[in-house]
Design a protein around this ligand. Sequence first.
Ligand SMILES: Nc1ncnc2c1ncn2[C@@H]1O[C@H](COP(=O)(O)OP(=O)(O)OP(=O)(O)O)[C@@H](O)[C@H]1O
Length: 601
Amino acid sequence: MNEKKKKAGIARLVELAGEKKALLVWSGILSTVSVFLLLLPYVAVYYVLAELLSHAPDIGAADAQYLLRWAVWGAVGMVAGYFFMYIGGMCSHIAAFRILYGIRVKLAAHIGALPLGYFNKTATGKIKKIMELDVEQIELFIAHQLPDLINTTVMLAVIIAAMFSLNIWLALACVIPMLLGFAVQYSMMAGKKAKAGLKEYFDALENISASSIQYVRGMPSIKIFGQTVHSFQKFYDDMVKYRDFSVRYTDNFQNGYVSFKTVILSLSTFILPVGLFFISSDPNNIAFATTLMFFLVLAPGITVPIFKFNTFASTLNTIAEGVRRIDEILEEKAVREPEFSQKPSAYAIQFHDVSFSYNSVNVLKHINFTAPQGKITALVGPSGAGKSTVAQLIPRFWDVQKGRITIGGVEIQDISVNDLMDTVSFVFQDTFLFADTLFNNILAGKPMATKEEVFAAARAAQCHEFIARLQNGYDTFIGEGGVYLSGGEEQRVSVARAILKNAPILVLDEATAYADPENEHQMQLALQELIKDKTVLIIAHRLTTIREANQILVLQEGEIHETGTHAELLAHDGLYKSMWDAYTSSAGWQIERLQQKEVFA
Ligand SMILES: Nc1ncnc2c1ncn2[C@@H]1O[C@H](COP(=O)(O)OP(=O)(O)OP(=O)(O)O)[C@@H](O)[C@H]1O
């Protein structure tokens, strides 16, 4: 009930800016000072006009000194105004980059604390767009538009006040059309329809960002199947949607904007008839003629701040939407950390009646098993049975909804995320290597490791030889601009990383998937080194790789269907036996080759 009202838009942006807003205040003050200075040339024009018109029949009688003095004041105002504007701009730029940095660090820290399950592929594009584009928009706004907003508001207020103090009728002739123009624009840019349109615009951009990442990643498949961009339906649809939306959006606002622009550019047209009406009734009123001329000079000058002001309505909406999306990430629930981390002293993994659903689709039902310390437990089963989900629950990709998972008797939610990550090593099917040297890629397993430790891990993972053959050895750069490794080589590098990390629990999810028969043997040697004395949970479709496991859990439709050793399960003649028969008949020739290799090894 007492929940603090959530701030939005600029107010939330200022909140996000935190203590860095002092510079923003300075920028605002300096901008305001510059406005007053930049108005000096207008004041000079007014007094010069007054002096000249008061000597209308004989302009040569005007006080030249007086005119010169005002001309100098006008010039001084202009130079000083630009100087203050420059300093104000510097302040706002420094503030903007600091705030930008602060927001990115905050986002990065929060993203780092999110459960690993959050990072599915769609989220990647979305996060990328928010961290790059939305944050960038905020930088532009703070550096340029916020000082302009202050500057323009003050300038308009002062000019309008001056107009009314000079002549109320001429001021009304100028201000009424201006207000009407704004009203039309505001109703279009700040109305519900515009906000909905903006949301649609941001969604369209996020979709394009996400689907373009998928498009680029999926390029090999698209090429192999000889298809075109049109065939990658999602990307194509998103681009069409964006195009149609942009045309519609522009079309909606075009009428309003053109009317607004026409009115503002023709302010003199409204001032002139009113002025002429008054002059006709009192032709000798020099003071009024001076004021009228001043209004006519001022009218084109005032259009610049008016146009700037006009863009703010849409900018404010854009910023509000950007800030909302940044908050969407910041509000994403981080992994809940225990108040006091308990470190397990033993490393058997136990699932106690665990059930789990993704978005209310139940994928694991009442899972109970123990993966004993120092032993190998294999998870097998048909595709979609829930094997990876079981494995991913251990390092808390997601938290279980029912039941408990313990390591050495300690519930995983009572172990701090850092300690849990130190306890568990993961080797995935899709290895992620950083765009860095091979040495640093292995070092990531234990950042404080010595060179010798890194080399020893690489030797144990059977990758030392191929690394040594590369021209730059361990200093070879991986990825863009460097060398590309085969899938099997990449997997061995990630095994080297895991060997270096030397965590007591090891989860291998299809870790040998990319190994061909030639390097499968090497991969097996690497894994044997890695799993020594560890609690190992291994998922493999190649059933030959898990024959020696101490226990095999057979999963089907989210339930443990059978448990036993390879021999026991074959004797049982159930699901495992039929999987084994299917596997060995389809892969028979490969097994023969591997067995031959094992004999000769
Ligand atoms: N992030 C996710 N969001 C929603 N559903 C998911 C997610 N990940 C997996 N699923 C679903 O959960 C079920 C189990 O998936 P899981 O990947 O655990 O199975 P698996 O046995 O490892 O399959 P495979 O052998 O094909 O890798 C599947 O129906 C899958 O579609």
